[in-house]
Ligand binder design. Structure first.
Ligand SMILES: Cc1ncc(COP(=O)(O)O)c(C=O)c1O
Length: 390
């Protein structure tokens, strides 16, 4: 969700209404005086690393999600690496990841010393397809000396993956499940919140995420006491408590106190923000269904709507017309992971990922954030309807 693309206006007449894909410039203003007060408190006590706000945030996130343990960490990518390390995943291990996600999902696997194996996604939800996962596991067992150890389903655009189906496969092969919930903090499956849907969950507080900090940040959620202890040690150079002896290998992986203070203020208004994203998404759904491919809807799955992503074969033209109308859009993701040069060394040559490849040609994310005015939402809808009919 990073990398908002700079768009060139192809229309000589300037667009009447401008709609940015994200708008973080007014975030501090929307948080009000509470924010300055929280920041001033941190500046006063000076405990910038693992200060009291970090523990306060962890407790608040545990209450919010229902997870037994929450550990604040330095980013979403580090949350994945630390989770893999806590599970003991490393050299010689295969970790199954969807091919259609942000590069950090597979990058974390490589950083932990394991091998990412790319699997295809479901054409309706664009999240990991459990049948394809099983095929990839069987292929790995048949053709390589790698040990299948873990799977990382990704809650793409804020929609929880199909954890029930993935768990059935993972259990058959003894795989751990690490949820990549970088985009889905706040989402639910029925009454179960993200953070409790897998053995261990990694989220991101990157500024454009549903719960965003004013810098990098992330968190790990688990009900497992031993995993939680391992995560706490790994995020702090592998040390225990305030000790200076490394009990295991670790990282500089802590959430900093200032970000925790910002997130505490954000969490207070988070439900409200989620509701307003849901409302805008519902308006888009009503306007666009039957016109272009729209995100899946179900009574059980409640997305955090990190991104509102439509699908159309005419994507690049539609994107150009929207840009001319002042509507900024994003491509998440333009290139599936098995086509990234960084992962070329980990390919087996047997990757068959047609759904991911087609999705990469068709997806287009529209502005969806709390800062959008009624007028801007109307404008996005009008501009989209015009763009697809021209
Ligand atoms: C699916 C996914 N995984 C991992 C990450 C990494 O998060 P971060 O940028 O906080 O490291 C992101 C976001 O950037 C993401 O979208």
């Amino acid at each position: 969700m990073k990398h908002a693309f700079a768009l060139r206006d192809t229309n000589p007449a300037p667009a009447r209404v401008k709609v940015p894909l994200f708008d973080l410039s007014r975030q501090a203003e929307r948080f009000g005086p509470k924010l300055n007060q929280r920041i001033a408190e941190v500046l006063q006590h000076g405990r910038f690393i693992l200060g009291p706000e970090v523990e306060e945030l962890e407790a608040a996130l545990a209450r919010f999600t229902g997870a037994r343990h929450v550990i604040g960490v330095s980013s979403g990518r580090d949350a994945l690496i630390i989770s893999l390390m806590a599970l003991g995943v490393g050299a010689g291990d295969a970790v199954f990841v969807p091919a259609f996600t942000f590069s950090a999902t597979a990058g974390a696997v490589v950083a932990a010393g394991a091998v990412p194996v790319f699997t295809d996604v479901d054409p309706a939800t664009l999240t990991m397809d459990a049948e394809q996962l099983e095929r990839a596991i069987k292929r790995t067992l048949r053709n390589t000396a790698l040990r299948p150890r873990a799977v990382i389903p990704v809650d793409l655009y804020g929609l929880p993956a199909d954890y029930a189906a993935i768990e059935a496969v993972a259990t058959r092969y003894g795989l751990s499940i690490i949820a990549d919930a970088a985009q889905s903090f706040g989402a639910r499956v029925g009454s179960r919140r993200v953070g409790t849907l897998a053995e261990i969950t990694a989220t991101s507080f990157y500024p454009t995420k549903p719960l965003g900090a004013f810098g990098d940040g992330g968190a790990i959620f688990t009900d497992d006491d031993q995993l939680a202890q391992a995560v706490r040690e790994i995020r702090s150079h592998g040390t225990r408590g305030s000790g200076d002896v490394a009990m295991r290998l670790g990282l500089t992986g802590r959430l900093d106190t200032l970000q925790a203070a910002v997130l505490l203020v954000g969490l207070e208004v988070f439900e409200e923000r989620l509701a307003s994203r849901r409302e805008i998404a519902a308006r888009y759904q009503r306007a666009f269904s039957g016109v272009v491919g729209t995100p899946p809807q179900s009574a059980l799955l409640c997305s955090a709507w990190a991104l509102y992503t439509i699908r159309t074969r005419d994507r690049d033209n539609v994107r150009g017309r929207l840009a001319a109308a002042g509507v900024e859009t994003g491509l998440y993701y333009r290139v599936p992971l098995h086509r990234h040069p960084a992962f070329a060394g980990w390919l087996t040559g047997e990757e068959e990922l047609p759904v991911s490849e087609q999705a990469a040609d068709e997806v287009l994310s529209l502005p969806l954030h709390g800062g959008l005015s009624e007028e801007q939402v109307d404008h996005v809808i009008d501009a989209m309807l015009q763009a697809v009919s021209s």
